[in-house]
Design a protein around this ligand. Structure first.
Ligand SMILES: NC(=O)c1ccc[n+]([C@@H]2O[C@H](COP(=O)([O-])OP(=O)(O)OC[C@H]3O[C@@H](n4cnc5c(N)ncnc54)[C@H](OP(=O)(O)O)[C@@H]3O)[C@@H](O)[C@H]2O)c1
Length: 168
């Protein structure tokens, strides 16, 4: 099972502020939907609550240390290990780490591919994504979009793959 992360990040790695994403980019939401459709998402309890619902067409695994947490239409686990085991047991071929910051950092060493929407903005934030770039990562595709009436900032869809060492 491939482990991927999907994130929208400003150029300096900022992804969220006060529990919310600090921009609203319609085409990025559509991109997120098209990339993740039919797959399993693993996300932290805070990110789930900021979305507030199970996303249609995707299996959602919510990670929390709370024993009684309920999220309609989602699977709840108490450890990341359980989250990966559950995704794998259901035959998932590519599982997506969908945030937030705590979950991205804890899983980062396992992630092989990052779908990164690089938002060309400098925004204030309190949540971050780890640095992705050469030489440890290879940029396999990029597609730039300009700012317009519906998009406050320009952004680029970047896809990065972790460079494998020769021993692997
Ligand atoms: N720009 C983007 O693409 C993007 C994507 C996603 C999220 N975000 C932003 O990121 C921010 C939220 O990130 P965050 O770091 O504050 O929260 P988070 O990662 O979404 O959730 C943190 C919660 O997950 C649970 N958790 C974390 N590690 C765990 C572990 N090892 N085992 C069991 N449970 C664990 C805990 O839940 P309990 O407290 O319930 O135990 C913890 O409080 C928001 O601003 C959101 O908008 C941005």
């Amino acid at each position: 099972m491939k482990i991927s992360a999907i994130v929208a990040s400003s150029e300096n790695g900022w992804i969220g502020k006060k529990g919310k994403i600090p921009w609203n980019l319609k085409d990025d939401l559509a991109y997120f939907k098209s990339v993740t459709m039919g797959h399993t998402l693993i996300m932290g309890r805070k990110t789930y609550q900021s979305i507030g619902m199970a996303l249609p067409g995707r299996r959602m695994i919510i990670v929390t240390r709370q024993q009684e947490f309920i999220a309609e239409g989602c699977l709840i686990v108490n450890t990341l290990r359980e989250a990966f085991a559950l995704a794998k047991s259901r035959g998932e071929e590519e599982v997506f780490i969908a945030g937030g910051s705590e979950i991205y950092y804890q899983t980062f060493d396992l992630v092989e591919k990052v779908y990164m929407t690089r938002v060309h903005a400098v925004v204030e934030a309190d949540s971050y994504f780890p640095e992705v770039g050469e030489p440890d990562w290879i940029l396999v595709s990029e597609e730039r979009h300009s700012a317009d009436e519906e998009h406050q900032y320009a952004f680029t869809f970047e896809v990065w793959e972790r460079r494998r060492t020769s021993e692997e």
